[in-house]
Design a protein around this ligand. Structure first.
Ligand code: GDP
Length: 205
């Protein structure tokens, strides 16, 4: 599957459904040019941003979930590959950034709840925790959200975090990647890097 990962001992990954703004966020964090607005599903390989000589890599993993024009089996394979990648590198991954669309996430979760399947975002959140990676939910596109506190509290509730959201600032980070407003994510990331004894990596966030 994904074979071109640089050999680094510290990594931060971005995971999320397609179209939530991962490439936009990646560009904001790295200051590099990352192609955005690609046809969903085109990015099926991880994008690695490497800061040699630092032993650190930031990885944007392929978007999963519904993508129009992409068959179900391909979508399943992408998700399986993402899960395997995270499992395989769990020891190096210091923070797992789960990017969600702040306006749509709760509705999407609720639409997919109740059946046999666990909604992708909820599943991914718990999966990161299970493999010992601190999850940070980057709640993106907050510039489009009017009822900010209500939305963030509802999201906490769906993730099994007791509201109000303000008590989860190391886990819930409302941002607007497009507007360059990502300070909440930087703070949450620094919290976990500090916990991991890696204050030297603060310069990336
Ligand atoms: P990806 O598929 O997750 O990599 O998503 P992209 O980065 O390509 O973004 C998908 C769409 O969402 C694009 O039209 C972006 O301009 C838009 N987008 C990304 N971040 C934001 C944001 O913070 N606010 C708003 N309003 N739109 C955003």
């Amino acid at each position: 599957m994904f074979e071109d990962r640089p050999d680094r001992d510290a990594e931060v990954v971005l995971v999320g459904r397609s179209n939530v703004g991962k490439s936009t966020l990646m560009r904001e964090v790295t200051g590099h040019k990352v192609p955005t607005g690609q046809k969903p599903g085109v990015t099926r390989k991880p994008n690695h941003y490497d800061w040699a000589p630092e032993s650190f890599v930031l990885t944007d993993l392929p978007g999963f979930g519904f993508m129009s024009g992409v068959p179900e089996d391909v979508r399943e394979r992408i998700k399986t590959d993402v899960v395997r990648y995270v499992e395989e590198h769990a020891d190096q991954i210091l923070v797992g950034v789960l990017v969600v669309d702040g306006k749509a996430a709760v509705d999407i979760i609720d639409r997919h709840s109740g059946g046999e399947e666990i909604p992708h975002d909820v599943e991914m959140f718990h999966f990161l925790e299970e493999v010992g990676i601190p999850p940070v939910v980057a709640v993106n596109k907050m510039d489009k959200v009017d009822d900010r506190d209500e939305r963030l509290d509802a999201l906490c509730d769906r993730l099994g975090l007791y509201p109000p959201w303000q008590q989860w600032r190391e886990t819930i980070a409302p941002i607007s990647a497009k507007r360059g407003n990502v300070e909440a994510l930087n703070e949450a990331a620094r919290h976990h890097l500090h916990e991991a004894g890696r204050d030297d990596l603060f310069k990336f966030f």
